[in-house]
Design a protein around this ligand. Structure first.
Ligand code: ZN
Length: 450
């Protein structure tokens, strides 16, 4: 069961986001790869045959196993998360049964003992921004920190002394060495320099084919999600190569960056070092040391946690972004994930849908106060609910939201859209209390925000 790389993803076909790198690692670096799918992908559309729901999930599981087998990956698991179609990671975590799925993932980390975990980036970006992808990154990050902790799911590592033991699992504590992410964000250039980068057009010395080509071959079993693959297979070799010469037709960024998340070793490592470079060549300890998860005030040397913006009001408290952004602020600090520099508050939504801006009022004293909220919007956008004056209690933070109706744009207008700012202004007793800003891109299609 031992793996060098454990890939943790949400849906069958998600592994395809990193197959050009996996092809390199498997064929030319002789690394063993295991893949965990946290859902069986039952809620998407079926682009190839008639089955839906649980039957589609059964098909997707087989497609994913066949796709992994194309790269020689036989170490493939499916956990019990339910495919949850929204951009809100908290919806996915709740619908999956966060605790039970985390327990299952920690078990697989202890079983496969990976040197490296590669997973979806936990964060909010303009792009598919699938809540399930983010949730896979959340669970993988948690499992990275927990699998070496003897107090986490202790029955898994308890010694089984009875021959017919059925509860205690006899697993070994395990601390993976490095954690990397990849993202479904539209703008992949923003991740340049945040981790090691790998050419997808380089030719594999052992397979005599470029890595992108090996990755496409590995995608061919995903018929219910990628039926066009049959058209591609009808092309001549020349047509095929010509089609993918055009960067617009290529599925992967070139080079492909693996975003550095964290290392179990402090100090000398740099984020762009090769996945298996540096201390990774050191022999494994017999038993992994327990890694204490530092809190935000106690980060390992060289790591910083850049807080999301907080605006201070005049002694009366402050306002900060709420919802998933507040979750990620706490999550990244709690797991000592160093943020990469260009994180913005941004989101893409379907044109004509309502976008919500969640925010949190944190009072500085226990008296209630009246807070006035107004929204500064692009022309054609209007507030549906959440603006006006509200009496807010002083005995703890209050989470609120403003809902904004976005305009329904024509296909042509949608092609040239750029993210536009929405700003909420808050005041109390006539004094400025603070503001919250979010950049929103309108698209022809997007998963629901919540
Ligand atoms: Zn997916």
């Amino acid at each position: 069961m031992k793996a060098d790389i454990l890939v943790v993803v949400a849906h069958p076909d998600d592994e395809g986001a990193v197959t050009p790198y996996l092809a390199r690692a498997i064929y030319d670096q002789h690394k063993r790869v295991a893949v965990v799918f946290l859902t069986r992908g039952g809620s998407g559309g079926n682009d190839y045959s008639r089955e839906h729901g649980p039957a589609l999930a059964d098909i997707r599981e087989q497609e994913a196993r066949a796709a992994c087998a194309k790269l020689g990956i036989t170490n493939v698991w499916f956990l019990l998360g339910k495919d949850t179609a929204s951009q809100n990671v908290l919806n996915s975590l709740a619908n999956w049964g966060h605790g039970a799925n985390l327990e299952g993932l920690v078990r697989i980390v202890r079983l496969t003992q990976p040197e490296v975990i590669i997973t979806w980036l936990p964060g909010v970006f303009i792009g598919e921004n699938h809540g399930d992808h983010q949730a896979a990154g959340v669970l993988a990050t948690e499992a990275f920190d927990l699998a070496g902790d003897p107090t986490a799911f202790p029955a898994q590592v308890a010694g089984a002394t009875k021959r017919l033991e059925v509860y205690l699992e006899n697993l070994t504590l395990w601390q993976p060495k490095r954690l990397y992410y990849f993202s479904d964000a539209d703008d992949q250039k923003q991740f340049a320099g945040t981790g090691p980068a790998y050419s997808i057009r380089e030719v594999s010395p052992s397979q005599k084919k470029p890595y992108w080509r090996l990755a496409i071959e590995a995608a061919t079993p995903h018929l219910t999600q990628f039926p066009d693959v049959q058209q591609l297979q009808k092309m001549t070799e020349e047509q095929f190569n010509k089609f993918f010469e055009d960067p617009k037709n290529m599925f992967w960024p070139d080079p492909m960056t693996l975003i550095f998340g964290k290392t179990a070793f402090g100090g000398a490592e740099t984020r762009t070092m090769d996945v298996f470079g540096g201390e990774r060549n050191a022999p494994l300890p017999n038993q992994a040391p327990k890694i204490k998860v530092p809190n935000a005030a106690n980060l390992p040397p060289g790591q910083t946690v850049e807080s999301l913006p907080t605006y201070s009001g005049p002694s009366d408290g402050w306002v900060e972004i709420g919802g998933v952004w507040a979750f990620y602020k706490a999550f990244l600090a709690g797991h000592a994930i160093s943020r990469f520099s260009s994180v913005k508050l941004e989101l893409a939504v379907k044109s004509g849908s309502v976008v919500s801006i969640p925010f949190r009022l944190v009072p500085a004293h226990p008296n209630s106060r009246v807070v006035s909220i107004s929204a500064e919007l692009p022309s054609g956008w209007r507030v549906v609910s959440g603006d006006g004056s509200f009496e807010i209690p002083g005995n703890g933070p209050t989470e609120l939201r403003v809902d904004v109706q976005t305009p329904e744009l024509s296909k042509e207008a949608l092609q040239n859209q750029k993210p536009v700012p929405i700003t909420l202004h808050l005041s109390t007793h006539g004094q400025n209390f603070g503001e919250i800003g979010l950049h929103v891109l309108l698209k022809g299609n997007a998963l629901p925000q919540n």
